[in-house]
Design a protein around this ligand. Structure first.
Ligand code: RIB
Length: 336
């Protein structure tokens, strides 16, 4: 069986043009139509029932795109997406991008070929879908500047300020920050919150205390190793996600640094494992299920009425205090 993609490649046109030629031939030029027709005949392509009804039929399938399927944060968001999908007669197809544009495009092509109705993406990017009109795309957990894309996420600046205010209230002043990738607006927001809180407390930010990671456990371990190899003391670490915080806990303990006696650690997300680390992790609890549920509700709203105004919905997040944080103690606890 030939695919629309193969037909498009052989005819030298886009998937969207092939789709249009099959469903609405009147909007495609005569010469392009002829070329596609010849390729279809030569390669033996038979459009299926769905492809024939592209304009009207729904697949009732949604693609949920995640950057990292192994990160437990996303499982809980996906559960929320799936719940609302199920309640409304939709199914969810999970796609992992690992940050690859090629993988992302393969899923976007499914929507263009009407094999799926829309995409909920958990990356800070909007996939290119070659279709006319409103893109059936919703952003969950992240957001993009594009005002036409609906998003649901938390106030990352406020959440980071809350985490930092708490560390400052415990007496910490040399607070390291493990940032996430700067390509994501929410990571920039978290860093902004870190800086704002320092500023409020009259603490001069020290660039040597900020380390950029990729949200992985290993990145947290590497960041701690880097900090400990410098002579700059620190008594607390605020991490941009829980996985990096878990890496930090592990690396600190491996180097004989006690948490929270010597160094306090705060994470971000409140993944399921945060309460089972040793010590349990103080963190920012994102409303993961609600993020997923709201993203799917927005998607259904958009599919039912493509003219619905887009919106950016900001949910609240809470600081959950557990065992990995404590008042700053003098002397050795600060690793100075
Ligand atoms: O852990 C992964 C991070 O990326 C989370 O903090 C979440 O906000 C997501 O977008």
């Amino acid at each position: 069986m030939r695919t629309v993609k193969e037909i498009a490649a052989a005819a030298g046109v886009s998937v969207a043009t092939v789709s249009r030629a099959l469903q609405r031939p009147e909007v495609v030029s005569e010469s392009t139509r002829q070329r596609i027709h010849e390729v279809v005949k030569r390669l033996g392509y038979t459009p299926n029932a769905l492809a024939r009804n592209l304009r009207t039929s729904r697949t009732r399938l949604i693609v949920a795109l995640v950057p990292d399927i192994a990160n437990p944060f996303f499982s809980e968001v996906i559960r929320g997406i799936e719940q609302v999908a199920h309640e409304n007669g939709y199914s969810v197809l999970l796609g992992e991008t690992q940050g690859s544009l090629v993988r992302e495009q393969a899923y976007a092509d499914m929507v263009a070929a009407r094999q799926a109705d829309g995409i909920i993406t958990m990356s800070p990017r909007v996939p290119a879908i070659p279709i006319d009109g409103r893109l059936p795309v919703v952003n969950a957990c992240e957001y993009v500047k594009d005002k036409d894309i609906s998003s649901v996420y938390i106030d990352n600046v406020a959440a980071a300020v809350a985490a930092m205010d708490y560390l400052v209230a415990l007496g910490h002043r040399e607070i390291a920050f493990f940032a996430g990738p700067a390509s994501s607006p929410i990571c920039v927001d978290r860093e902004q919150g870190y800086r704002l809180a320092l500023q409020k407390a009259g603490i001069e930010p020290d660039p040597s205390l900020t380390v950029v990671g990729d949200f992985s456990i290993e990145a947290g371990e590497r960041a701690v190793d880097l900090l400990l190899s410098q002579s700059r003391p620190f008594s607390a670490v605020f991490c941009s996600n829980d996985e990096m915080a878990i890496g930090a806990l592990r690396a600190l303990s491996a180097r004989g640094v006690r948490v929270p006696e010597d160094v306090s650690v705060v994470g971000f997300d409140d993944i399921r494992f945060a309460r089972y680390t040793s010590p349990s992790l103080t963190t920012i609890a994102q409303p993961k299920n609600a993020l997923g549920r709201e993203a799917m509700s927005m998607m259904i709203e958009l599919l039912n009425d493509p003219s619905v105004p887009s919106r950016k919905r900001v949910l609240s997040a809470d600081l959950v205090v557990r065992g990995s944080t404590a008042p700053r103690s003098g002397g050795s606890s600060s690793r100075s």
